[in-house]
Design a binder for this molecule. Structure first.
Ligand code: SAM
Ligand code: DTB
Ligand code: SF4
Length: 327
């Protein structure tokens, strides 16, 4: 039932299905594999902001673009734990810490991040990091500290990648994903639409994700948040139907993955988000900020959950927490 041998042609056919049939099929697959009422609520925190040496064309944190983002050195461990507590109290079960780094370096900052991971994990939240490239040794250290998941996006297809980022390769990204998998950390990897890519690039990215030796447990689908000062500042907003097609296709080909309706919700109505949940999205980022850009208010999301009869997913569902932390 779970396939990792999808062809690009098969994925293209699914992606191009008439929209209502596509939604119906994705909703059906979703109900066969998951509790469709359940949506995971995650909170992001930028623990180190801006000043990044990379050239990702979408990113407000790249040092080379002139954006309003203020550079901030790595936060203090206690401050991060405080933010995680706030997130937990607001109903989040996964806490994801992001750093504007090209890669992790073996220095005091990394030791501090390991402390943050330990602290958040001990609070019973699923702890996730997104810190750039990782070696297998670094992945192992994060795992030992209690890291549950690691986010590292492919962002787009291999073909379009060079139009967006030139300072590292698609191969680099795949290697980090291998290192994460090798350390038995849950993999979170997805991408962005609305950067000027074609449908083929979207299909290509989904194909790469769905033909990894194991599907990522989590697949974020971001709509570009165009930020003034970045090369993609003038990109047009993608239509909700494109978001729905991405989510539905991801749901059909990776039925058990958490498909995350990620960046871009501030520009979507409740009804548009409802379509995304119907198409199989079962996770969101909550809190009024993503990493550096705005996100809907927590109360607004709580109302949405009530109206749509959604319920937040518990942390470590189906897994024995003690076994994970001490593994
Ligand atoms: N520096 C690390 C890295 O790039 O792997 C981790 C943080 S980075 C900000 C995490 C992800 O955020 C990127 O891979 C990208 O998919 C997403 N992202 C960044 N800026 C975005 C934007 N303006 N709109 C949508 N997604 C964005
Ligand atoms: C992901 O795919 N989306 C999140 C998370 N992983 C790290 C980040 C979205 C960032 C949007 C731009 C910003 O707020 O800086
Ligand atoms: Fe740096 Fe990550 Fe932004 Fe790229 S996406 S510029 S690596 S912070």
């Amino acid at each position: 039932m779970i396939r990792t041998n999808w062809t690009r042609a098969e994925i293209s056919e699914i992606y191009n299905t008439p929209i209502l049939d596509l939604i119906y099929r994705a909703a059906t697959v979703h109900r066969q594999h998951n509790d469709a009422q359940e949506v995971q609520v995650c909170t992001l925190l930028s623990v180190k902001t801006g000043g990044c040496p990379e050239d990702c064309a979408y990113c407000p944190q790249a040092a080379r673009y002139h954006t309003d983002v203020k550079v901030h050195k790595l936060m203090e461990v206690q401050e991060v734990i405080g933010k995680a507590l706030e997130a937990k109290e607001a109903g989040s079960t996964r806490f994801c810490m992001g750093a504007a780094w090209r890669e992790v370096r073996d220095n005091r900052d990394f030791d501090k991040v390991l402390e943050m991971v330990k602290g958040v994990s001990n609070m019973g939240m699923e702890v996730c990091c997104t810190l750039g490239m990782l070696t297998s040794e670094q992945a192992n250290k994060l795992k030992e500290a209690g890291l549950y998941a690691y986010n590292h996006n492919l962002d787009t297809s291999e073909e379009f990648y060079g139009d967006v980022i030139t300072t590292r390769t698609y191969r680099d990204r795949l290697e980090t994903l291998e290192n994460v998998r090798g350390a038995k950390i849950s993999v979170c990897s997805g991408g962005i639409i609305g950067m000027g890519e074609g449908e083929n690039d979207r299909i290509g990215m989904l194909h790469t994700l769905a033909t990894l030796p194991e599907h990522p447990e989590s697949v974020p689908v971001n709509a570009l948040v165009p930020v003034e000062g970045t090369p993609l500042e003038d990109q047009e907003k993608v239509s909700v139907w494109e978001m729905v097609r991405m989510i539905a296709t991801a749901r059909i080909i990776m039925p058990k993955a958490m498909v995350r309706l990620s960046a871009g919700r501030v520009r979507m109505t409740l009804e548009e988000q409802a379509l995304c949940f119907l198409a199989g999205a079962n996770s969101i980022f909550a809190g009024d900020k993503l990493l550096t850009t705005p996100n809907p208010a927590v109360v607004q999301d709580q109302q949405m959950f009530q109206i749509l009869n959604l319920k937040p997913r518990q942390a470590y569902k189906g897994l024995e927490k003690a076994a994970i932390v001490t593994a």
